[in-house]
Design a protein around this ligand. Structure first.
Ligand SMILES: [Zn+2]
Length: 307
């Protein structure tokens, strides 16, 4: 349900959260819920305003019982740093709001609501910096890890961290409930984090393909790219190695057999041609040797023009 828009960015309220707000208001917690909404909306708004400045399509904000979600179009796959900048904006905004809250407290004195606001904005900023997907800290870290590991392995590692955080939250939720302090949001958020970790892995497959498509244009766009030499086992398939290509470097792959002897060399363009022409199932050794069907005699690529 759309409630309003700020700077042209629509803000929607999830129906579950709408019911929860009504329950909190009925329980006399209206001011606290209002403070939480302001803090969460400001966090998500910071992400989206920076995204818009970076030229990324902005869809809107949705508020859930466990917090907010800023929705954007696809991130530029050949510029992972853009995602990191957008992710940093949220927690940074919380820390700026915390400073503002301290100034207000200094000028007008402390109240329960001001203390609640300070705790809420600091907790949101710190929690989001945990190095786990889909949290902001995970996105920031992925941008840097993806440069060397590639999107797919980086996403897998950081999504596993997200699941670990979800389990930690679940244990904490159960522990708090047994101690007589039930926090329903902890369970909702643990469930969300766990499910979102799986979603990130699925989404990363799309991201990998768009990253590879962006790679084909990257050299033309950037004109000069650093060259990275890697060594890979000939038994790896083209589909397995392509997602490991760094989005910011051009690669030359030296292919070796099980005993470590060099079989040949592949340029990134050959790998991408293989991937996009439906030959992702070929092993690197088959590609070097010309493939089982579409090439003739194996060319001698061992001393290629890598110079
Ligand atoms: Zn965030």
């Amino acid at each position: 349900m759309r409630i309003f828009a700020i700077a042209g960015i629509p803000i929607r309220l999830n129906p579950c959260f709408a019911l929860m707000i009504a329950a909190y208001i009925a329980a006399g917690l209206g001011p606290q819920v209002a403070v939480l909404c302001v803090v969460v909306i400001a966090h998500e708004l910071a992400h989206l305003l920076v995204a818009r400045t970076c030229g990324v399509e902005v869809i809107g904000i949705e508020l859930f019982p466990f917090g907010g979600m800023a929705k954007t179009g696809g991130m530029p796959a050949d510029e992972p740093v853009v995602e990191a900048v957008i992710a940093t904006a949220g927690p940074l905004n919380n820390f700026l709001l915390y400073g503002l809250g301290l100034a207000v407290r200094g000028l007008f004195g402390d109240t329960d609501l001001v203390s609640f606001y300070l705790d809420a904005t600091m907790s949101l900023g710190l929690f989001n910096l945990l190095p786990a997907l889909p949290l902001d800290g995970g996105r920031i870290l992925r941008a840097f890890v993806a440069r060397s590991l590639g999107y797919s392995p980086a996403t897998a590692v950081l999504s596993r961290m997200g699941k670990a955080v979800a389990l930690g939250l679940l244990v904490w939720g159960v522990y708090s409930a047994l101690a007589g302090n039930l926090v329903p949001n902890a369970f909702a958020f643990a469930f969300f984090l766990y499910a979102a970790g799986r979603h990130e892995i699925e989404a990363s497959r799309f991201l990998v393909v768009s990253a590879l498509m962006a790679k084909r244009r990257a050299l033309v766009k950037k004109r000069v790219m650093p060259l990275e030499r890697v060594v890979a086992l000939g038994a790896l398939t083209v589909a397995e190695i392509c997602p490991r290509l760094s989005p910011t470097r051009h690669h030359v792959v030296t292919v070796v057999n099980d005993s470590g002897h060099i079989v040949g060399q592949l340029w990134e363009s050959e790998l991408l041609d293989g991937f996009f022409s439906g030959r992702g199932g070929l092993t690197l050794e088959e590609l070097v040797r010309g493939g089982p069907r579409d090439r003739g005699d194996p060319p001698d690529r061992t001393h290629g023009n890598a110079g």
